[in-house]
Design a protein around this ligand. Structure first.
Ligand code: NI
Length: 255
């Protein structure tokens, strides 16, 4: 079975067939999915999915792209949601310096830090979104030595990967690993120990080759596993089993 550690089934692209799709995951070989929230509202939806579907779990948090109006009230709501059943992480949280219209960097950092503190308080792992903000994300990791987590869709260097792995962090990889223009990710996968790697889709985004540009869903995960297997020179079945165990260990789920 495959474990999709990161998929956004609250996205409107799933409105036409969400229920049918989520109900058919098992027959597609997908045994478990973590749906991270990006706002208070989508975090609430993620918690609802976890209540509805046995194979779904939730992460709750405010994404840097969506943090414009975040204040005390929102942090309190995230902290309350984080204590609901089947909530296994705080995420996705982090920094996104790619889009110019995103909130100011200083404010993004403040929102990120507040949520790292919530994770530390509740002893939950974090799911980090880092886009073009590697240095500041690494600083945040160092500022919260008691918080561990995962960099989802990891795009950093081998050097930073080493620092994160030494600190007990995990790294997530998805469809972009299969892209022809994938730059550093294949090197990092080749370098890192397989028992710290998490498979993810980031559905509906980042569908793997040959579905690049189409709507992504968790059933495409075997294509990512195949690429990992190729980079590691091992059997895809082994990647499937080890990444399943990794995800269960990381999120504290009895798989
Ligand atoms: Ni995401």
């Amino acid at each position: 079975m495959f474990f999709d550690t990161h998929a956004h089934y609250d996205d409107e692209k799933f409105d036409p067939d969400r229920e049918a799709l989520l109900s058919s995951m098992m027959e597609g070989g997908v045994g478990c999915i973590v749906n991270p929230g990006c706002t208070v509202e989508t975090s609430r939806q993620a918690v609802e999915f976890a209540q509805t579907y046995a194979h779904m779990y939730a992460a709750v948090g405010i994404h840097p792209e969506n943090c414009h109006d975040t204040g005390n009230e929102e942090f309190e709501q995230i902290e309350a949601l984080a204590q609901k059943p089947k909530v296994v992480a705080i995420g996705e949280i982090g920094l996104d310096y790619y889009w110019e219209e995103n909130p100011p960097r200083a404010f993004q950092k403040e929102v990120f830090a507040r949520q790292m503190a919530i994770a530390g308080k509740l002893n939950l792992p974090v799911v980090v979104h880092d886009r073009d903000a590697h240095g500041d994300c690494m600083d945040m990791v160092r500022a919260f030595p008691n918080v561990r987590g995962e960099f989802h869709c990891y795009s950093g260097s081998v050097e930073d990967a080493k620092i994160l792995l030494d600190r007990g962090w995990y790294l997530g990889f998805g469809g972009s690993l299969t892209f022809k223009n994938a730059r550093r990710a294949p090197d990092v996968v080749a370098y890192m120990p397989l028992d710290r790697l998490l498979l993810e889709t980031d559905a509906p985004y980042l569908a793997p080759v040959p579905y690049r540009g189409k709507r992504n869903d968790s059933k495409y995960l075997p294509l990512v596993a195949a690429r990992v297997a190729q980079l590691k020179g091992i059997d895809a079945k082994e990647v499937e089993q080890i990444t399943w165990d990794n995800a269960c260990r990381f999120f504290g789920i009895n798989g």
